[in-house]
Design a protein. Sequence first.
Length: 190
Amino acid sequence: MMILKDRNVFRLFLYLALAILSVEVVVLFFQNQNLKAQIEKLSIQPVAILKTGDKVEPFSVFRLSGDSLEVKYESIDRSTMLWFFTTTCSACQKNLEIWNDIYYENQRSNFYEIIPISLDSIEESRRFFDDMKLPYEVYSLTRHREVIGKYKISNVPQTIIVGEGGVIRKAISGVLTSEDKAELFSKSHL
């Protein structure tokens, strides 16, 4: 009689476990459907970036030393080239080679004031700067996150050319091509 009772308890336990697992499978199925729908919405929506002619306001960034720099668009002689990136972004790593080329070409031509801006903390940006041995100063938005929304930085890397008065001359989202680089030094964006 005891063995029969133990079997019944064991069966009850198995049925209960099976019922719980069945409910979990149904819950996971609906969660999966919901996530697929969210991913589909994301892939359909185009990335909103600044467009030529848009106007942006000056903002502050931080040097890796912690000092603040006010980014203004007052020069009539040179445009400002902003590079937005993160230290862990693989596309940003690919862009570094082109950005380095642009930096060296700009050393000769002096067309742009170049401001590379990390979206990461000052500490992460400093480690990145030291590891990559970059030839230019890198800045951080660590304490001014509102700039990300105002400048429509929804993905990185982004290269933005800003002219006098904060007027956007060009905005490029993603890894730059050699054609993009050539166009950045054409007279139409200076």
